[in-house]
Write a protein that binds this ligand. Structure first.
Ligand code: ZN
Length: 340
């Protein structure tokens, strides 16, 4: 009984064929034929090496035996060189997944600095309501009336109740697998930092260290009048500032306030240096954080449940929940980029 494994690529002037009617499926022998050149290949490793040397990306894949898929996936994710459009064509023909997902994994594999920008969608799987999606609880409360300096000054009771409820919701929340993956990627040197619009502290809780909180942190309490820091429990008890009896507030950026300069500057610096920017779970509606993805010279990847008009401006778009998408990417990296 013979085994046939085929990779046939067809281009305008050249044709590469791998075929091998001999050997066992797990240790096949192939012949690589390109133009008039014939090369005998002994095993998957040699085939992989040949793919790297010959780099047939410019050719059109016509037929690929499914037993070649694994070695081709590995090659496409790591070594293959070519225009994005050519690589996408190969992925489309060969790998039974979303080309954008494979391209994103490929860029992360090869990147020196990956920067991450996260929004509310990053936290929804930690049982936190997302403010802008259909089920977000801000649908019932207009944020412009509560998360504002005006509410803090003139409707302190409502302001206080709103942030107390948000803090209480946080006690139930824990980082999910997606947060953990980003923390792990930082630990192994893939991710250089995270700029987040979230004030919940979940990235830090998961172990990420380079976290730039663009909208501040809900956990730090200070006096609105004199700026002195206060304990969280003082805020919960509805007390005033110890020094001046001023109103206590969480350290979040309210509508109408400036972003913390240091967090912004550091995020921007890392984004400018990044080879890849991953934008996760944000509808990109809030200025100026929504400008960050466009301040890189690197590739941009958008991951969100719902796509908006800006999505087409990204180099790759992956639809899905943060946890699911990051888990899928992480699995690809572990399988194919272990030595990276
Ligand atoms: Zn004070």
């Amino acid at each position: 009984m013979t085994t046939e494994i085929w990779l046939v690529t067809e281009g305008e002037h050249t044709k590469a064929t791998v075929y091998g009617p001999v050997g066992m499926p797990d240790f096949p022998e192939f012949v690589w034929k390109q133009d008039d050149e014939r090369v005998h290949i002994d095993g998957w490793n040699e085939l992989y090496q040949l793919l790297c040397t010959k780099n047939p990306v410019g050719l059109t894949p016509a037929y690929v035996d499914e037993r070649l898929v694994e070695v081709l996936k590995h090659w496409l994710l790591t070594e293959a060189e070519g225009e994005d459009s050519e690589l996408r064509m190969w992925i489309d023909q060969i790998v039974d997944t979303d080309p954008d997902e494979v391209m994103a994994a490929r860029w992360i594999c090869r990147a020196r600095h990956v920067m991450v920008v996260t929004g509310a969608g990053m936290s929804t799987e930690s049982n936190l309501p997302d403010f802008r999606s259909k089920d977000g609880w801000w649908r019932n409360i207009d944020p412009v009336t509560v998360a504002t300096v005006e509410a803090l000054e003139k409707q302190y009771e409502l302001f206080h109740a709103f942030y107390q409820a948000r803090l209480e919701a946080l006690y139930e929340a824990e980082p999910h697998q997606g947060h953990n993956i980003l923390a792990k990627w930082e630990e192994v040197g893939v991710v250089s930092g995270i700029a987040t619009q979230n004030v919940d502290g979940l990235h830090t809780a998961a172990g990420s260290e380079q976290v730039h909180e663009l909208h501040g942190s809900i956990h730090s309490i200070r006096c609105y009048s004199c700026g002195q820091e206060a304990e969280l429990h003082a805020f919960h008890e509805g007390r005033g500032c110890d020094s001046c009896d001023g109103k206590l507030r969480p350290g979040v950026v309210l509508f109408g306030e400036m972003l913390p300069q240091k967090a912004w500057d550091e995020a921007l610096k890392q984004i400018e240096q990044a080879d890849v920017v991953l934008v996760i779970g944000t509808s990109l509606e809030v200025y100026p954080a929504n400008q960050l993805p466009w301040m890189t010279r690197g590739r941009t990847v958008y991951m969100n449940m719902e796509l908006n008009a800006d999505a087409s401006a990204f180099d790759a778009v992956i639809t899905g929940k943060a946890k699911e998408v990051l888990t899928k990417l992480d699995k690809k990296l572990e399988l194919y980029c272990a030595n990276n």
